[in-house]
Design a protein around this ligand. Structure first.
Ligand code: FAD
Length: 478
């Protein structure tokens, strides 16, 4: 049966991609069903992009265990798969003696969780490491293993590796119903039916809807939105470490961090929303700005180049919900922060649960785990000259803010998961990430879609299906 798989993974954010990556190490037929037109379109593309050290989750929880393991695996995977990652270290700052006591509690918890190298610093020691910190900072927990990452490239690299190793990725394929017949799950989608004895539910904020297709509901979804400022590279060196404030009931609080792309990221707040509502609000952004200034008063918010928001898949459970919810059906639900950090460990754990459920998995002899791409703006002048000599398309700069060349864009069209939108190109090669936010390169990338895919220009998408760039309604509504 063409549509029969050993395992079907529902959703291709970082959790689905990590599960597929892990499964693709075995001789299994793996199918990934993703409702979006690309991978990494959900929460994975809109978060703080931190690989957390692991001192925050309660000891003994899945969150604690999988965060610490995932953070170790992330370093190795990013090295092998050429994903931007930097271990910049983090500090949690305290503004009062009470908060200094909180830091000591976090130190103890982190040590129990297995986090290496934690230290409690005085305010002066913290400012020696990070001179922009407020004079009000009375102490800090220093976590050297905290890192920053490109979350969408991480997801893409994991998914590409799964595809290279034989997994089938079905985009624009939304799961709408499930039933179990003769030890097989029948998974109904808008593109037809798929069958497998085992299913991994990695549908992010929608995991609860997918769960309810397979089993009675046993948790309540309570999504929480977080809003951000992304600042220009001129603010990117305002801090080298990721600066957290003491966590509270709403989570890890507002942070200030450099990004792997050289910008400064400030956020998030935490606000209940009905569902996947990623709108920005004046109140939310004002709160983020004023709270962040307590940590680093000198941030120049007039250098902001973009605001965005992401929605946490929070539930009424305090821990991740990773369990066999029905025979052969593994939930990866409630994957709020630190889900990005834990992702590869969640992938491993999901496979462990599938094996406990009876799945037979023989390791592949020839698992391919390598990936390389040219990042023109990081090359030396000699390397640039060499590559342009070999392929003149690397001599044509398409994104002037980030110096991304036509050669890099053409190369991403030929990768295992090619982009289908302007933002898809952005997530792959970094076009449109700079000051002009795609104003200059957008039309030129549209031309490349026309040239490479034979699209009519009216078909070029900004991002998701329905976001045609050159089609709009007239005033009369036609
Ligand atoms: C504000 C904020 C800040 C965060 N910061 C951090 C951080 O710094 N570090 C960290 O470790 N974690 C962080 N997180 C958490 C992290 O981003 C998430 O845990 C992680 O991205 C979850 O990935 P996912 O794959 O479960 O979900 P998603 O990325 O949302 O992917 C789910 C996928 O499932 C697809 N899907 C849904 N329903 C269906 C269906 N019926 N059929 C087919 N496909 C479907 C969706 O289209 C989507 O692509 C943060 C989260 C937020 C919101």
């Amino acid at each position: 049966m063409e549509n029969k798989y050993d395992v079907l993974v529902i959703g291709c954010g970082v959790i689905g991609a990590a599960a597929a990556y892990e499964l693709s190490k075995y001789d299994l037929r793996v199918g990934i069903l993703e409702k979006g037109n690309d991978v990494s379109l959900g929460t994975t593309k809109a978060n703080s992009a931190i690989i957390h050290a692991g001192f925050d989750p309660e000891s003994g929880t899945l969150m604690a265990k999988l965060n610490v393991r995932g953070s170790e695996l992330a370093a190795e995977i990013c090295e092998k798969l050429d994903v931007p990652y930097r271990r910049n270290g983090a500090m949690v700052v305290a503004f009062s003696e009470d908060e200094v006591q909180t830091l000591k509690g976090l130190y103890t918890r982190g040590t129990v969780n297995g986090v290496k190298g934690l230290r409690v610093l005085t305010g002066e020691e913290a400012r020696e490491r990070e001179p922009g910190l407020s004079p009000e900072v009375k102490g800090a927990l220093y976590a050297p293993t905290s890192a920053i990452i490109s979350p969408w490239e991480y997801c893409l690299a994991l998914a590409e590796t799964a595809v290279i190793n034989g997994s089938d990725l079905m985009l624009n394929t939304e799961v709408t119903a499930m039933s179990r017949e003769d030890d097989l799950w029948k998974v109904t989608t808008n593109k037809g039916e798929y069958f497998a004895p085992y299913v991994v539910n990695a549908a992010g904020v929608d995991a609860i809807s997918v769960h309810e297709m397979a089993a009675p509901s046993n948790y309540v979804s309570k999504p929480r939105r977080g809003e951000y400022f992304l600042l220009d590279k001129s603010e990117g060196t305002r801090t080298d470490h990721t600066i957290f404030q003491c966590p509270n009931a709403d989570g890890k609080g507002v942070l200030v961090t450099p990004t792997v792309h050289g910008n400064l990221l400030v956020g998030p707040n935490s606000e209940n929303v009905d569902w996947d509502n990623t709108a920005n609000t004046t109140a939310g952004l004002n709160f983020v700005r004023e709270t962040a200034k307590r940590s680093i008063p000198g941030i120049l918010f007039n250098k902001s180049i973009r605001n965005f928001a992401g929605v946490r898949a929070t539930t009424d459970h305090k821990d991740f919900i990773i369990e066999e919810a029905a025979p052969g059906f593994i939930d990866c639900a409630g994957i709020c922060s630190p889900g990005l950090s834990a992702a590869p460990a969640i992938g491993e754990y999901a496979v462990e649960l599938l094996e406990k459920s009876g799945m037979k998995a023989e390791p592949k002899e020839n698992f391919i785990c390598e990936r390389k791409r040219i990042r023109f703006n990081e090359l030396t002048d000699e390397e640039k000259a060499e590559i342009v000599k070999e392929d003149p398309s690397y001599g044509r700069v398409i994104c002037r803010c980030e110096t991304v060349t036509e050669g890099e864009i053409l190369e991403c069209f030929r990768r295992p998961i090619p982009p289908v939108s302007i933002d898809g190109v952005k997530r792959r090669v970094g076009t449109g990430m700079g000051r002009c936010q795609g104003g200059f390169c957008g039309p030129r990338i549209s031309e490349l879609f026309v040239q490479e895919y034979g699209y009519d220009v009216t078909e070029v998408l900004q991002d998701r299906a329905g976001s045609e760039m050159f089609v709009g309604k007239t005033k009369e509504g036609r």
